[in-house]
Design a binder for this molecule. Structure first.
Ligand code: A3P
Length: 291
């Protein structure tokens, strides 16, 4: 899997109008024909929305809070990503029930078998301003992402949806609508920061589990920012610098709400808010840019 990750280059191509890494487009038929199974659990998100946090929570819930078991392998093996190449898909295909899978695909690109099987999806969404900042740093450190250039340059790219996995706006709205037709639990990063215990309980109930307070407490502690920052099985610390250069920026970077205020110029904020109003009006979605 690591070798395959190392082979991804920053070139982008498009599938049905959505920009994706060329390496993903090249194997698109295989991804789109992936066979979901009854009982599959999938964490879905726009990149940099708290996917890794949620995936650790999901794995621990499935393992009934057994921390030892969640240390059995790096996150990208325990929770394989549908887009990360043939090997990642092979890992997914060989996993025992129940599988936890990950994808950043927008709803219209989801492999159709996920709609045919009895699958539970946890969608994690983050306010776009913090998401943009986090994605900017990720572009700097992830060697398969194009150089983001200046902050100003990346700001325009993100707003135009001209980044991998496409427009944040289309992504969050598309999945918001999907929750009315499918088993999708829609969770907000800001809610998780505000009250992780409450949100973990929600996810636990969605997955049909009912743990004691002790186990919930364990999951809470183990998936805290500080614990995950120290855990190489959760923070991508096992990846070589040629894939993810954490000397440029740590994967577990800040983990807060409102870091955008340290990056957005006043003028950018005005432009952003205008665009947000246009794109999100009538969506019914409410994001919190601060707590
Ligand atoms: P920052 O770059 O703002 O710090 P993803 O997993 O979707 O790539 O998202 C990564 C973002 O989630 C990073 O945001 C990271 O720090 C944050 N994150 C990961 N684990 C977290 C946790 N346990 N608590 C809070 N934030 C977390």
């Amino acid at each position: 899997v690591v070798q395959e990750m190392a082979n991804f280059t920053p070139e982008m191509s498009k599938i049905e109008g959505t920009p994706l890494l060329k390496g993903i487009c090249d194997i698109w038929d295989t991804i789109y024909n992936f066979q979901a199974r009854d009982g599959d659990i999938v964490v879905v998100s726009y990149p940099k929305s708290g996917t890794t946090w949620m995936q650790e929570i999901l794995d621990l819930i499935v393992q009934d809070g057994d921390v030892e078991k969640s240390l059995r392998a790096p996150g990208f093996i325990r929770v394989p990503c549908l887009e990360m190449g043939h090997t990642s898909l092979a890992v997914a295909n060989s996993m025992p029930y129940p599988r936890v899978l990950k994808t950043h695909l927008p709803v219209h690109l989801m492999p159709p078998s996920f709609w045919e099987k009895d699958v539970k999806i946890v969608y994690i969404a983050r306010n776009p301003k913090d998401c943009m900042v986090s994605y900017y740093y990720f572009h700097k450190m992830d060697q398969s992402m194009a150089d983001p250039g200046s902050w100003d340059n990346f700001f325009s790219m993100f707003l135009a949806g001209d980044v991998n996995w496409g427009s944040w706006f289309d992504h969050v709205v598309g999945w918001w609508q999907a929750k009315d037709k499918h088993k999708v639990l829609y969770v907000f990063y800001e809610d998780m920061i505000e009250d992780s215990r409450r949100e973990i309980r929600k996810v636990m109930t969605f997955l049909g589990k009912d743990f004691s307070e002790d186990i919930i407490q364990k999951i809470l502690l183990y998936t805290s920012f500080e614990s995950m920052k120290d855990n190489s099985m959760a923070n991508f610390g096992t990846l070589p610098e040629t894939v993810l250069d954490q000397s440029v920026s740590s994967f577990m970077r800040k983990g807060i709400v409102g870091d955008w205020k340290n990056h957005f110029l006043e003028s950018q904020n005005i432009v952003f808010d205008e665009e947000y109003q246009k794109k999100m009006a009538g969506s019914g979605l409410v994001f919190r840019n601060e707590l």
